[in-house]
Ligand binder design. Structure first.
Ligand code: ZN
Length: 502
């Protein structure tokens, strides 16, 4: 086996190097590249991605996997060898199922689609984007058919972002969640809103930057293996376990953007920095899925970073940093302000209570689109009606409604759901961590996060992609993914701010 395995590892290492080099180029593009570099950079990225795809889908990789499969079947399921062969085989089969012509046609359609979407959003005119979305939807359905599925065509798309997750399971969780969340949001709407006007005072950008770095250093982010830069949209990218970078965006006249953005991306980065270095240069060296990744960012941003114990420790330090802006604001007022719930039109600005309703709406529309039960032309009207039903607000135009997200223009249908799965999982994991570390809240209250991070490292981070999301969740929490922990968390936290909740 050794020789065959070494050969496979060598091939996979080369592909991993190509992908990580492409990631460096993308990171540069979003942070420091001058505007005129865009065309050349797009060509360079296309070349690297084409090479990686060709190497990976070659017959030789398939032959090596076929030879190795019977040799690793007696090894423990989570051994490096068995996991490598199993996960690579799954990726390989998926990558080989979609015909090259379809991949190329989708790349063209989404590249034109993204440009059309930008234009349509700028003019707030869905009709400009409609023909493109129709085309992208057609091709995406063809792709799903090529990938194959057992129960529902949407399974094939969901599987690209959440391996082995099924539509029926997601639907069950989301239906349950919606039934309980909509009345909670209605009750909160009727309560007097906390005052958050002081968050819109002028906060020096450099001081905001330094404060964020200080917090994530305490969280355990390794600055010897990462750095933070600025970008228009915050993101995390990884070139190796030892080089995981984050970006943030600072708003001078709105404190939460920069701070919570930094905490969120740090959560993603802690995951990537915590992957077992032995998995480097293989397909196992990244997060288990988008949903599991989002559970880590949400955990550090919300369950830790927007909690009362956290601010008991950091608020005096924040006041010291911004004495003129926060002198007249006490801890309780500040805590309530950063946890203000307000149904709004825009997903990315939504608070942690209303956020998931934005996702459910998109999930339901995607299902109907893929099932061909909803004509693309009817999207704006159905979108607005659902916004009114779930959140009680109605978009005045398409830009603030159906055109707000870039995802569909890039062909990412099946992606949105992972945000909600991440939110639910963050609460489920935190509940489990609290059981295992009885004084974790006390630790947070004194600015100590090491035990919580070690728990995540042990249960989630170090495994990389060895386990499917469902396996990982079951192992970490002893249960399958559920909405109850999240609902309990929301009820407990927000009834203190807004009074009794249903
Ligand atoms: Zn995220």
């Amino acid at each position: 086996m050794n020789e065959t395995l070494e050969r496979l590892k060598e091939k996979l290492a080369l592909i991993s190097d190509l992908k990580n080099a492409a990631a460096v180029l993308s990171w540069d593009q979003e942070t420091y590249m001058p505007p005129k570099g865009a065309q050349a950079r797009a060509r360079q990225l296309a070349t690297l991605s084409k090479l990686a795809h060709e190497f990976f889908t070659s017959d030789e990789i398939g032959e090596l996997l076929d030879r190795l499969e019977p040799q690793v079947c007696d090894l423990p399921y989570d051994s490096f060898e068995a996991s490598l062969v199993r996960v690579t085989k799954r990726d390989y089969e998926k990558a080989r199922k979609v015909p090259t012509e379809l991949v190329e046609e989708l790349a063209r359609a989404t590249s034109l689609g993204t440009e059309a979407w930008k234009q349509a959003r700028a003019e707030s005119k869905f009709s400009l984007f409609q023909p493109h979305l129709e085309k992208i939807l057609d091709l995406t359905i063809q792709k799903a058919e090529a990938l194959g599925y057992e129960d529902h065509i949407y399974d094939a798309l969901l599987d690209l972002f959440e391996p082995e997750m099924r539509t029926a399971h997601v639907k069950r969780i989301l239906d349950d969640l919606r039934g309980k969340l909509v009345p909670i949001v209605q009750t909160i709407r009727e309560a007097p809103p906390p005052d958050d006007s002081f968050l819109k005072r002028e906060f020096d950008e450099g001081k905001q930057w330094d404060f964020g770095l200080r917090v994530i250093k305490d969280f355990g982010y390794d600055f010897e293996a990462g750095r933070q830069d600025r970008s228009a949209h915050p993101f995390t990218t990884s070139f190796s376990v030892h080089d995981v970078r984050i970006t943030t965006r600072i708003q001078r006249d709105y404190l939460p953007t920069g701070l919570f953005g930094t905490l969120h991306e740090c959560g993603h980065a802690l995951y990537d920095q915590g992957i077992d270095p032995q998995l480097e240069r293989t397909p196992l060296a990244s997060g288990a899925s988008l949903g599991v990744h989002e559970s880590q960012s949400r955990l550090w941003e919300n369950l830790v970073g927007r909690s009362c114990p956290f601010w008991e420790h950091y608020y005096p330090r924040l006041q010291e940093t911004f004495p003129a802006q926060l002198r007249d604001v006490d801890l309780e007022r500040f805590y309530r302000a950063v946890n203000k719930v307000e149904p709004s039109l825009i997903r990315v600005e939504a608070d942690e209570v209303t956020y998931n309703l934005h996702i459910m709406l998109r999930f339901e529309l995607e299902l109907q689109l893929v099932e061909r039960k909803l004509p693309v032309g009817d999207l704006p009207e159905v979108w607005n009606a659902k916004m009114k039903e779930y959140l009680g607000v109605e978009p005045p135009n398409d830009a603030l409604g159906v055109l707000q997200d870039i995802h569909w223009s890039g062909g990412a249908i099946g992606y949105f759901t992972t945000y909600t799965l991440g939110n639910l999982l963050s609460a489920q994991l935190f509940a489990s961590a609290r059981r295992d570390i009885p004084n974790v809240i006390e630790q947070i209250r004194s600015g100590r996060f090491q035990e919580l991070l070690e728990w995540m490292r042990e249960k989630i981070h170090r495994h990389g992609r060895k386990f499917t999301p469902m396996e990982l969740i079951q192992r970490a929490t002893g249960r399958e993914l559920e909405a109850e922990s999240y609902l309990e968390y929301i009820r407990e936290k927000y009834s203190e701010i807004y009074g009794d909740l249903p």
